[in-house]
Design a protein around this ligand. Structure first.
Ligand code: ARG
Length: 566
């Protein structure tokens, strides 16, 4: 990456004392507007070591540095040194890099040889794939793409919730009230109905809960009939999940969910026993975590059946043994914070120093404008329905606006689904948000359709130009205000990707490409691009191409398509 900040730091290094290059780099700021330069260096930190007032230091640095190669000018103002880069040099270096790297612009190989597991989506079998699941699915997919783009060796795992007492409930309910034909015709909705009925009935007759527990125990012990029903529920559910993943263009390397570890429970609990971590409490086996201000983790119930956390312990050990990961990322809702704190603490207590390589990446809740949903009461918004509706609504908007000529169905899919994905990745992941159709599908706001539309607009300019793109242009044509601003935003894209990876925060990429789209549209309105003068046209076109490529790469990192016509 063309690191202009580094260039400024190097220049500063020549005129400062007692401060390392890295620290200089950290202090350098990007001023709020370009009239104050491309970079600004506050001299306050230096006042002590250099024993001088900040404004005098700034003055001194600016005068010594004036005339340095690569800078248009270097000024001091109120204790700051403002650096104005040589615009043509910036344009040339930035745009050449984009063209040279193409679809890998923004990526790098800093992750080469490092293995990262990204666990995401992980819905529960026989339960609806509802709007709440979109968060882990889409955020996780984007985190995977970002790490992959940075050269890490990534493994995507879907830790399916395909085991546990709820299957005891489901089997009991099916036996009592279910019909095979209904499950076949409409699996998840039927199973959900049965689950809801189970809870209604269990409120009246608590013995049903015991029956469910016993049934799950039989399942765990390998009882044939229970196994068969469970397998059937699982197969049917996966069909539905598969449809959603196809729509979103999401894949996994492994579907090893909770049931995968059912035969690995004894090994992990034995190991915990050997390390003297297990305590007996009312017949159950627990790990006492009071010393760490956490409630105890139940590892085995009185009847010997295992729990969610037991399966997670087996899973993390299995992953370490199988993949020898450098990092294991769990993209799971913040409601499970305590669960992951307990999990990682127990791994630590087992003496595995690699517990530090495990990270829980939490996120907030999504709710619908008309209220939240709860699986128990059966008030559920299915993700598949939301995606289909987004596609339909988008098709209507496209027809109304008359924006796409051909291929409406395909474009509506890319834009409609992309819109939902983009909204999901627009805010800091930890924030709760309310799903709003108006916001999602607004073509003018800071939305997916807006960015995609901007990308398509760039494609159309390039198509209409009917000339080759080359970096051998006269850069003086593109040093104007909005052209220069756009190029700077483009050149900062690789840093945005690095920041997004470091913070596990795809919204950094989202916001950056919104800025680029806005920068592009400003340039598009300010300037006439397809001008008579061939040299000028070629220079401007190069900038358009760089913007197009960067928008496309950014959308790709979010898991979105970039249609060329809309
Ligand atoms: N299936 C769980 C749920 O829907 C999420 C699983 C998270 N991953 C994990 N390793 N525990 O709540």
């Amino acid at each position: 990456m063309t690191d202009f900040k580094e260039k400024v730091a190097m220049a500063l290094g020549q005129f400062t004392e007692g401060i390392e290059l890295d620290e200089l780099k950290k202090l350098i700021e990007i001023p709020p507007n370009s009239e104050m330069g491309d970079f600004a260096f506050p001299c306050f930190r230096l006042a002590k070591t250099m024993r001088k007032a900040p404004n005098l230091i700034a003055e001194e640095i600016a005068s010594k540095a004036s005339g340095l190669d690569g800078f248009e000018k270097i000024e001091n103002k109120g204790g700051y040194v403002n650096f104005f880069l040589d615009k043509q040099a910036v344009m040339k270096a930035s745009l050449e890099e984009v063209i040279e790297k193409g679809s890998s612009f923004g990526g790098s190989d800093i992750g080469a040889g490092k293995k990262v597991i990204v666990e995401y989506s992980s819905p529960n079998i026989a339960k609806p794939f509802h709007i709440g699941h979109i968060r882990s699915t889409v955020i996780g997919n984007s985190i995977y793409k970002i790490y992959d783009f940075l050269g890490y060796d990534t493994i995507r795992i879907n830790h399916l919730g395909d085991y546990g007492t709820q299957f005891g409930k489901m089997i009991v309910a099916y036996r009592k009230w279910g019909k095979k034909e209904d499950v076949e015709a409409n699996p998840i909705k039927t199973l959900l109905g049965l689950y809801v009925k189970f809870h209604e009935e269990a409120d009246k007759d608590p013995s049903l809960e015991d029956e469910a527990r016993a049934t799950f125990k039989s399942l765990e012990d390998g009882a044939e009939e229970e196994q068969k029903l469970w397998q059937w529920f699982r197969d049917e559910s996966l069909k539905e999940f598969g449809r959603v993943y196809d729509m979103l263009g999401i894949d996994f390397d492994s579907y090893a969910g909770e049931s995968f570890y059912s035969d690995k429970m004894d090994a992990i609990t034995d190991m915990m026993g050997e390390k003297k971590l297990l305590k007996e409490s009312q017949g159950a086996e627990i790990v006492d975590l009071s010393e760490y201000n956490m409630s105890p983790a139940i590892i085995r119930k009185k009847d010997g059946s295992t729990l969610y956390i037991t399966r997670d312990l087996a899973a993390v050990k299995y992953r370490k043994d199988t993949y020898d990961f450098d990092k294991c990322i769990y993209v799971v809702a913040s409601q499970q914070n305590l669960h992951f704190q307990q999990l990682f603490k127990i791994v630590d207590l087992m003496g595995f120093d690699w517990f530090e390589k495990c990270v829980h990446i939490p996120f907030g809740l999504v709710s619908m404008e008309d209220g939240t949903m709860s699986t128990r009461q059966g008030k559920v918004v299915f993700l598949e329905d939301v995606l289909n509706r987004a596609v339909e609504k988008t098709a209507e908007i496209i027809k109304e606006k008359n924006v796409a000529q051909d291929n409406i169905d395909e474009v509506a899919k890319q834009v409609g689904i992309g819109a939902v994905v983009f909204q999901e990745l627009s805010n800091n992941r930890i924030k709760d948000y309310v799903f709003s159709w108006d916001k999602v599908l607004n073509f003018e706001g800071e939305t997916g359709p807006y960015v995609q539309y901007t990308h398509a607009r760039a494609c159309s300019v390039i198509r209409n130009a009917k000339t080759d793109i080359t970096t051998d242009v006269d850069y003086s044509y593109i040093t104007s205000g909005s052209a220069y601003e756009l190029a700077k935003l483009i050149s900062r894209f690789p840093q945005a990707v690095l920041d997004a990876a470091a913070k596990y925060e795809p919204s950094i990429v989202t916001r950056h490409i919104i800025d680029i789209a806005q920068g592009f549209n400003k340039f598009y309105h300010d300037e006439h691009i397809l001008v008579e003068n061939e040299a000028e046209k070629k220079a401007k076109l190069l900038l358009v191409e760089a913007a197009r490529q960067t928008l496309r790469n950014g959308l790709g990192l979010l898991g979105m398509q970039a249609p060329e016509k809309m």
